[in-house]
Each structure stands twice: as structure tokens, then as C-alpha cells.
Design a protein around this ligand. Structure first.
Ligand code: KG4
Ligand code: ZN
Length: 307
């Protein structure tokens, strides 16, 4: 839960993480996730108001994610926000989760459209042309796995526990990215394909096991990471050039990765493109980005009903 002022200023932001609970199962179990949401939501809302030093009366509008996402979890958040809106007689605004990831870039910055964005999360990998606060167009996306998903799967192949993405990222830092060559993750236009990369890693590991060769997990992680970052950077800067847009932003859980941020920043700098990124806490799922997205929806006149 978060309280956001003017779309850019975060007054309070409280995150309840379920990672510890899902670790045991090696991934998110939707039903457990929804129940945990229900247990945590009132505590998190109370804590947020306490930290912000405001009450529901001071709030202009209430918002929540309405999709895409796990439906059981969305229902909990949406009903909590609608209940507050009803109780305080304020509007409710339903926010698209992906738009909200992009809006994380408005927090503490002066970024304004038009810009090109790269959204890399557990479920999505998209290059988006953001023309205004209400107009955006997906110009490229993955045809199979999302980047976050590919990270988690490769992490599992090399024996790292859930959530593997951040752990693989860490391991890659001590590995040699030139150990072996992986297939390119690009397909036509600005689209991506990461399942071939994942299979190549799997084949390599199986081959090593058959030959009783030792595998170096850090080198695999580094090579995989390089292949992923190379294609993300290439597509992203190419899109900015082709559409003649000189502002570029990254978003989504994987955008908290420092290696990706540095590679993107360098590529943008070389081409005179201004680079934006949210701070890591606003990259992975959080409510402040929902508040920011809702603010711009509110300005456009958006109001949602109770259904
Ligand atoms: O945006 P997000 O928090 O949730 C979704 O909406 O999907 O993204 C979660 C994804 C997970 O796949 C996680 O492994 C990945 O982001 N992730 C990372 C890092 N931090 C989070 N992947 C690589 N390196 C990281 N540092
Ligand atoms: Zn997300």
C-alpha cells in the first residue's frame, strides 16, 4: 500500500513480501498468495496511513491493480481499495499493472512522454512507445518466455533456489561471460525469444553431465546474462533511434538489475538518449507505482464503478 502525491512524490510505501512463503515450493502458488494477501492487507494499509500521517479523508482517490495478474490476489487488493473509496466517498480507479510499472519512472523524476520504454518483469518483456500519459503502443515483445521467467528457469537449472532471478544476477558477476556462445534471443522486428537460450543452457548442462565434466555455474550465469542484456539493449536503442525519441526508460522487476541498468545507460549515452530508471524498490512490484499511474488516469478523467 502506498500514498502518492501528484503522481511523483511518495509519502509512504509499505511492501509485504511473500518470498519466504513461496520459497519452500520453488515458485508462487496462486491460492496461497491470495490467502496471504488477505492476511496482510489491513495491516499494510494501517501501517501506510500511520507512516504518512494522513487519514482516508485526506485522500483524493483510491486505486488498485485490476490486471494482469493472479486473479485471487487482484480481488483482495481491488476490494480493499473499493471499500476505502466507498467508506470515504471518493473515486476508485482501476490500474493496469504494466502501465503502473512504467509509471514508476515518474516517481522522483521529471520524465514526461514521449519516451520509449523497456518493460522487463516476471511475466512480460515489451518495448513500448509511450506517446502521452494515456497513449502507448507495444512495438515489440517476447514470443515465448519473459526475461524474469527465463532468469528464474535458468537459475533453477543451475540449482539456485526461488526466486532465482536476483541470485543468478549475483552469481553472474563472478563468472566469465565469454565461456560459451549462446543463441541470439532476437526474432523479427523488435520481438524477442528467450526459450532457445534456456534450452541451450539446458543442453550444455546435460552434455557436461554426460561427459562427467564439471560445470561452472557462474560462467553459465554470466554467459546467459550477457546474451539477454545484449539483445535488450540492442532492440531498445534501435527503437529509440527509429522513432526519433530521445528519452528512454526501463521498468519492471528485472530493471532492478544493476548490470542491465549500466548497459542501458552506456548505450543511451553513446547515442545522446536521456536514460531513466526507477530506484530498485519501485522496479519490483509495489503500490507506489500504482498510485502514480492512478494519478495520471485521474487527470484524464478516469473513474471506475463498483462492478
Ligand atoms: O515486476 P516484478 O516484480 O513482478 C511481475 O510483475 O512479474 O518482476 C519479478 C521478476 C522475477 O522474475 C524476478 O526473478 C525478477 O523480476 N528479478 C530479477 C532481479 N530482481 C527481480 N531478475 C534478475 N535480476 C534481478 N536483480
Ligand atoms: Zn509487476
Amino acid at each position: 500500500c502506498a500514498i502518492v502525491k501528484g503522481g511523483r512524490e511518495v509519502i509512504a510505501n509499505v511492501v509485504a513480501s511473500q518470498i519466504k512463503i513461496h520459497e519452500e515450493f520453488g515458485g508462487v502458488i496462486p491460492e496461497i498468495a491470495a490467502r496471504e494477501h488477505l492476511e496482510a492487507i489491513n495491516v499494510v494499509i494501517d501501517e501506510t496511513f500511520k507512516q504518512a500521517g494522513v487519514t482516508g479523508k485526506d485522500v483524493t482517490a483510491f486505486a488498485s491493480t485490476v490486471g494482469p495478474g493472479l486473479v485471487g490476489c487482484l480481488l483482495v487488493g481491488m476490494n480493499a481499495a473499493k471499500t476505502l473509496a466507498l467508506a470515504y466517498d471518493k473515486p476508485f480507479i482501476g490500474v493496469n499493472h504494466l502501465n503502473a510499472h512504467l509509471a514508476a519512472n515518474f516517481i522522483d523524476t521529471n520524465l514526461e512522454p514521449p519516451f520509449i520504454a523497456l518493460l522487463v518483469s516476471g511475466g512480460h518483456t515489451q518495448i513500448i512507445k509511450v506517446s502521452s500519459f494515456s497513449e502507448m503502443e507495444i512495438i515489440g515483445e517476447t514470443i515465448d518466455d519473459a526475461v524474469g521467467e527465463a532468469y528464474d528457469k535458468v537459475a533453477r537449472l543451475i540449482g539456485l533456489p526461488y526466486p532465482g532471478g536476483p541470485k543468478l544476477d549475483k552469481l553472474a558477476q563472478i563468472g566469465n561471460s565469454h565461456t560459451f556462445k549462446l543463441p541470439e534471443a532476437k526474432v523479427g522486428g523488435y520481438d524477442f525469444s528467450f526459450s532457445g537460450l534456456k534450452s541451450a543452457v539446458l543442453n550444455y548442462i546435460n552434455g557436461c553431465k554426460m561427459k562427467r565434466q564439471e560445470i561452472n555455474e557462474a560462467d553459465i550465469a554470466a554467459s546467459f546474462q550477457k546474451a539477454v542484456i545484449d539483445v535488450l539493449v540492442e532492440h531498445a536503442v534501435h527503437a529509440a533511434k527509429e522513432y526519433r525519441i530521445d528519452k528512454f526508460a526501463i521498468a519492471g522487476g528485472v530493471a532492478s538489475k544493476q548490470t542491465l541498468r549500466e548497459a542501458m545507460e552506456k548505450a543511451c549515452k553513446e547515442r545522446g538518449i536521456q536514460f531513466y530508471h526507477p530506484s530498485p524498490i519501485f522496479c519490483t512490484d509495489n503500490a507506489a507505482m500504482i498510485g502514480s499511474a492512478a494519478y495520471y488516469e485521474y487527470l484524464q478523467g478516469r473513474r471506475d464503478g463498483w462492478d
